[in-house]
Write a protein that binds this ligand. Structure first.
Ligand SMILES: [Zn+2]
Ligand SMILES: [Zn+2]
Length: 205
C-alpha cells in the first residue's frame, strides 16, 4: 500500500503556471519591503501558515501578513467530488482580494487540479500541487498530495515555486532550479535545494 502511494505521488508531481493577471513582463522583488498576504482554508493548520510565512519572508525578503481563513466557494468545484479547479480558485481570489494590490497566497488541503498538456496530450482535471498567475498576484498551493512525511519541506518548495511565477518566472530547465516543471517525471522535492538558478535570479533582481 505504501509503495502504491509513493508511485501515485511521483506521477502526480507537477507545478503549473497560469496566464498572468497583469501586463508587466518582469516582476521585481522591491527594495522597499512589499507585503505578501497569506490566506488559508479553514481546515488548514494555522501553525503551518506561520511556518510558510517565515519561509517566504526569508527567501524573498518581504513582509507577510495572515488574512482570515476562507472556504473554497462551490463555483470552484469540478464535477469530481472534492476536487477543485485551481484556475477558478485564482479567478475567485482575483475578485475577492482585488483591493489588496498585493500578492495573495492561498494554502489549502483541498484537492486542486487544472487542465494541462503533458507529452502532447491534454489531461483534464489533472491534480496538481499548486498554481500561480505569471506574472501576477495570486497563487494557490495544496498539501493534499504530500502524504504524511516532510510536509513542511514539500509545501515550502511549492509555495516558493508558485510565488516565483507571480514574480514573473517561467519554468526553467536548469537542474536543481526551483522553477523546474517536474512534468510528471517525479522529483523528490523535499530533497531539492530551495534556490533559483543564475538565470532565474537575474530575472528577479
Ligand atoms: Zn510552475
Ligand atoms: Zn532557473
Amino acid at each position: 500500500m505504501r509503495n502504491l502511494q509513493k508511485i501515485v505521488m511521483v506521477f502526480a508531481l507537477a507545478f503549473c503556471a497560469f496566464a498572468g493577471d497583469s501586463k508587466t513582463s518582469k516582476a521585481k522583488v522591491t527594495a522597499a519591503k512589499e507585503t505578501i498576504f497569506v490566506v488559508y482554508s479553514s481546515s488548514f493548520s494555522p501553525d503551518m501558515v506561520m511556518k510558510m510565512r517565515k519561509e517566504i519572508e526569508q527567501f524573498y525578503q518581504v513582509k507577510t501578513k495572515t488574512l482570515p481563513p476562507v472556504s473554497l466557494p462551490k463555483k470552484t468545484m469540478t464535477a469530481i467530488e472534492g476536487r477543485y479547479q485551481a484556475n477558478r480558485i485564482l479567478d475567485w481570489m482575483k475578485e475577492k482580494y482585488r483591493n489588496k494590490n498585493a500578492k495573495v497566497l492561498l494554502l489549502t488541503n483541498a484537492d486542486i487540479c487544472t487542465d494541462r498538456e503533458l507529452n502532447g496530450k491534454v489531461l483534464r482535471n489533472y491534480r496538481i500541487f499548486g498554481l500561480g498567475t505569471r506574472p501576477g498576484n495570486f497563487c494557490v498551493v495544496t498539501i493534499s498530495r504530500f502524504g504524511n512525511k516532510k510536509v513542511e519541506k514539500k509545501l515550502a518548495y511549492v509555495v516558493l515555486h508558485e510565488l516565483g511565477h507571480n514574480y514573473g518566472l517561467e519554468h526553467c530547465t536548469t537542474p536543481h532550479c526551483m522553477m523546474k516543471d517536474a512534468q510528471g517525471k517525479g522529483v523528490n522535492i523535499e530533497n531539492e535545494p530551495k534556490q533559483f538558478c543564475k538565470k532565474c535570479r537575474k530575472i528577479l533582481n
